[in-house]
Design a protein around this ligand. Structure first.
Ligand code: GBH
Length: 481
């Protein structure tokens, strides 16, 4: 072993430091040194914000809107925090011009919003409601007048209450396809990006198996698996309906909260384990869409409870997509375990950090691995990050500011890992921050704030948080700042 004395070591270190110092540029305080690794995004990268109709619109009984299962659920005692409902929410139904001004001020190129199906078809099918369509025409025209591209989700959980059996019925995917066709016919002259559905697990499993979301049912496995099937069938029929009815070229995809797996150690075996976990754990949803069939492992697991599939279903479900949208929040960590399945999901220790929502475990690497696993498995043409963001216990300071440094920390770290995916050549084209505004956070009511604008729900006043100032800089410099 090469032994050197403490004194010799000290001398060598000083010499090295002097040498390094000589080549370092000199900065005076107050100047910003250039970041050693430029973290810029591609020139045509789309920065945006995301929202959803029931969470922001309010106007629940206006303009001929029919009730959705979320109206019924939120008005049922005990279902949401504090009995909160989306009756008024952010009142975007009336304040949409103000919201477009917020977007304009941020400098976003895109806005991901959703359409309330029951504003368009109050009964879920049959007679359309012209006043509902007019509302979205006004929002879209306002966005376009401000050079903001609308990205439209057709279904973000607010299923028309009037549809008999909801997602338990095979008629619902067909009613959805008719609604999607109607929207494509009426909006695709100005809207060119469509997401069929948002997060299958939430409107199928959480609503129909676990009962924590609308409609609040706890169905046995066989029936709940059929609900899942109807959900993905709606997506597939929706893709076909949009393409068949669009006025011009459209980009069609979805927004899915695929489970994200991070290899505990970045070596070949653990990376392979993360990829396998992604395929197996997303089997009933994204894997079925990307492969046009349910993986054998899922059908074997479910046995007699496996979904009943009719001829033509899987072909529709496997319709090629222009992009895959990923809503990415929290990761799971996996390692290779030598089993036939090939992976094990790590338990989280109680000290694992989380944000204000108890389910939101912090894991910036999710943005890199979410993109990479999906791309390595299925090679989609493009990836949009359709949601990413966090809740925080935001309070106004006496000066009227919201110093949400933890949200800035969260976003900066997640975007750093997204940048890694971009730098390695994965086809990430857009990022939509969840959310533009604090809003109705489903079963958590107004108790959890995800916005980069603070909303005082008594006055509907919007105030940009520190994170909004930060995001504005990200957009202006097209880089992680
Ligand atoms: C997204 O879901 C939604 O698309 C969006 O509407 C929502 O506002 C946003 O994220 C923030 O939550 O009942 O405690 O077990 C993200 C994925 C899946 C997270 C369901 C919450 C239920 C938590 N969500 N999960 S809990």
């Amino acid at each position: 072993m090469n032994r050197i004395s403490r004194r010799q070591f000290g001398k060598a270190a000083a010499a090295a430091a002097a040498l390094a110092g000589a080549s370092l540029p000199k900065f005076s305080f107050g100047q910003t040194p250039p970041h050693p690794v430029p973290r810029t995004f591609p020139r045509d990268f789309v920065w945006g914000c995301a929202t959803a109709a029931y969470q922001i619109e309010g106007g629940a009984n206006e303009g001929g809107r029919g009730p959705s299962i979320w109206d019924t659920f939120s008005h049922t005692p005990g279902k949401t925090y504090n009995g909160d409902t989306g009756d008024v929410a952010d009142n975007s139904y009336h304040l949409y011009k103000e919201d477009v001004r917020l977007l304009k001020n941020l400098g976003v190129r895109g806005y991901r919003m959703s359409i309330s199906w029951s504003r368009i078809f109050p009964e879920g099918k049959g007679q359309p409601n012209p006043a509902g369509l007019d509302y979205y025409n006004r929002v879209i025209d306002e966005l376009l007048a401000n050079n903001i591209t609308p990205y439209i989700t057709l279904f973000h959980w607010d299923l028309p209450q009037a549809l008999p059996g909801g997602w338990q019925s095979r008629d619902t995917p067909h009613a959805y396809a008719d609604y999607a066709a109607f929207i494509a016919r009426h909006l695709s002259d100005r809207v060119h990006h469509f997401m069929t559905t948002n997060e299958f697990t939430c409107f199928t499993d959480i609503g129909y198996r676990e009962g924590r979301f609308a409609p609040g049912l706890k169905l046995p496995d066989g029936e709940a698996n059929q609900v899942r099937h109807h959900g993905i069938l709606a997506h597939g029929l929706g893709v076909l309906a949009i393409r068949a009815n669009a006025k011009g070229a459209v980009q069609v995809g979805l927004a899915e909260n695929a489970k994200v797996f991070v290899p505990v150690i970045e070596d070949d075996t653990n990376i392979e384990a993360a990829r396998r976990a992604t395929r197996v754990e997303n089997a009933p949803f994204l894997t079925a869409l990307m492969e046009g069939k349910y993986p054998d492992i899922y059908l074997e697991q479910q046995g007699a409870n496996a979904p009943k599939v009719e001829s033509g279903d899987m072909q529709a479900i496997g319709s090629p997509l222009d992009f895959v949208g990923l809503n990415i929040y929290d990761p799971d960590y996996v390692r290779a375990d030598g089993s036939a399945r090939g992976y094990i999901i790590e338990q989280r220790q109680t000290s694992y950090p989380r944000m204000a929502s108890s389910w939101l475990y912090l894991g910036p690497e999710a943005l890199y691995w979410g993109v990479r696993n999906v791309c390595d498995l299925w090679h989609p043409k493009g990836i949009y990050i359709t949601e990413n963001g966090c809740s925080a216990d935001d309070v106004l300071t006496p000066e009227g500011r919201i110093e949400d440094t933890e949200r800035v920390m969260f976003l900066r770290n997640y975007l750093t890992h997204l940048h890694r995916a971009v730098a390695e050549g994965y086809p990430v084209k857009a990022y939509f921050l969840w959310s533009l505004l604090d809003n109705f956070e489903w079963a958590d009511g107004y108790s959890k704030r995800f916005g980069i604008h603070y909303v005082d729900f008594a006055t509907e006043k919007r105030t940009p948080k520190l994170s909004a100032e930060w995001y504005k800089q990200v957009i202006a410099r097209n880089a992680v700042v």
